[in-house]
Design a protein around this ligand. Structure first.
Ligand SMILES: *Cc1c(COP(=O)(O)O)cnc(C)c1O
Length: 420
């Protein structure tokens, strides 16, 4: 395979860098940790995306998770087009937000009431405020390298782009805010117990990714999530599952259905927006009723519950409720990873793969500085496969990654390893 021609991407990047910091509107899109320049895209269809120089790639980024049905699903697009014809926003209630809320509460039984936001960041930030308002306590416990969006309190020791760029403490987050964020290592239940023994009376909430997807997919150790549930029950803290990635990704009911552990509050985003900007948080009625206008915890949004976005989310969830969808996603991802692992074995490359449903992580072992990862990432690009430009980000398989696409991916993988 030859290097791709990327002249139009390069020209756009030059323009972008003059007016947008780093040329990107979210740092994970930059190629800073892998070297080279970000690629600009113009369209997607199914499992494929096409850049501005007309190169096609099989996409495993899926816009960082939302596109579980692949790009431009015809049902989702048709539904959005109908919605657009009725108007873009009213700043007043619309029927579709009720329908989506009903669907979410039906599919995730721990969510009795839900409030829509425009991003996952708003969902986690608001869930924390609600937990603090409900309990009257000020501290929160989070986990090292989990990512919960970019609100101040949650940028302490965060995953995703902060891990990729090596930002341990984000500039601009004041000490007074960081002091209220306690941090434990993921899966270290005894550390959590110690923290609660010391600070239990002040801890409003534990916030956790039930699968650590923003640190290249780390599964919860047996008993870890149940242990957090028990701690919250014992100390009357609110257990917040951040299911912005895992919700409707690893199962219809999210990770909480998979592990059978109910959260008090759940944060959602990504898939429930079907590719539009959406987040949501919801949970026990008693807690949710503390939100304004019913209660004293204020939370708002000019475009929250936007009808076009709600329509995209609802159409996506409709497709996901059809029988066999999650079985197919699980099967495709298992097949893909088995094939990649076999291929790596052939080249005597030590590689760890893991997945929950269609959420997967690949790690080259003995690659502490990600030197191999960087070369592999670029080799995969040259061979027509688009992966997250970071060794710490998860990959996503969609319903459009059929056996042909998976086969092509394996061939590209084989050629990439041969190039290394
Ligand atoms: C993506 C993500 C967020 C942030 O959502 P945005 O819509 O990017 O603000 C929060 N939590 C988790 C677990 C995420 O993966």
């Amino acid at each position: 395979m030859s290097k791709k021609l990327l002249a139009n991407s390069k020209a756009l990047l030059q323009r972008a860098q003059a007016v947008i910091p780093g040329g990107v509107n979210s740092p994970v899109r930059a190629f800073k940790s892998v070297g080279g320049d970000p690629i600009f895209f113009k369209k997607g269809a199914g499992a494929y995306i096409c850049d501005v120089d007309d190169n096609a790639y099989i996409d495993y980024v899926a816009s960082w998770g939302p596109l579980i049905l692949g790009h431009n699903n015809p049902k989702v697009i048709a539904a959005i087009q109908d919605a657009v014809n009725e108007g873009l926003t009213f700043g007043a209630p619309t029927p579709i937000e009720v329908t989506l809320a009903e669907t979410i509460t039906k599919l995730m039984p721990s969510i009795e009431m839900v409030r829509m936001t425009s991003s996952g960041t708003e969902a986690t930030m608001s869930a924390l405020r609600l937990a603090r308002g409900y309990t009257g306590k000020s501290k929160i416990l989070k986990f090292d390298s989990c990512y919960h969006g970019h609100s101040d309190a949650l940028l302490v020791k965060a995953g995703s782009g902060l891990l990729t760029l090596g930002i341990a403490a984000c500039a601009g987050v004041t000490d007074s805010i960081a002091q209220n964020t306690l941090v434990a290592a993921y899966n270290d239940l005894s550390a959590c117990q110690q923290i609660f023994e010391q600070h239990g009376a002040d801890i409003a909430a534990i916030i956790v990714e039930p699968i650590a997807a923003n640190n290249n997919v780390i599964l919860p150790a047996p008993g870890f999530l149940q242990g957090l549930r028990d701690l919250c029950d014992h100390y009357q803290a609110v257990l917040i599952f951040d299911e912005v990635i895992t919700g409707f990704r690893v199962a219809l009911g999210g990770a909480q259905a998979l592990y059978d552990i109910p959260a008090d509050l759940t944060c959602l985003g990504k898939i429930i927006g079907g590719g539009m900007p959406v987040g949501a948080f919801g949970g026990r009625r008693e807690i949710m009723q503390q939100l304004a206008p019913l209660g004293p915890v204020y939370q708002a949004g000019t475009l929250s519950g936007n009808p076009v976005a709600m329509t995209a989310g609802f159409a996506t969830l409709q497709e996901l409720q059809k029988s066999g969808v999650y079985e197919q996603l699980q099967q495709s991802t298992a097949t893909l990873l088995t094939n990649l692992k076999d291929c790596a074995n052939n080249y005597k490359i030590d590689m760890d793969v893991r997945h929950v449903g269609s959420l997967f992580g690949i790690t080259f072992l003995d690659d502490p500085e990600q030197k191999l990862f960087k070369r592999w990432f670029h080799a995969m690009l040259d061979n027509g496969v688009y992966l997250a430009p970071s060794a710490f980000e998860a990959g996503f398989v969609s319903t459009m990654h059929d056996s042909n696409v998976l086969q092509k991916t394996t061939e590209a993988f084989d050629r990439s390893l041969a190039m290394l």
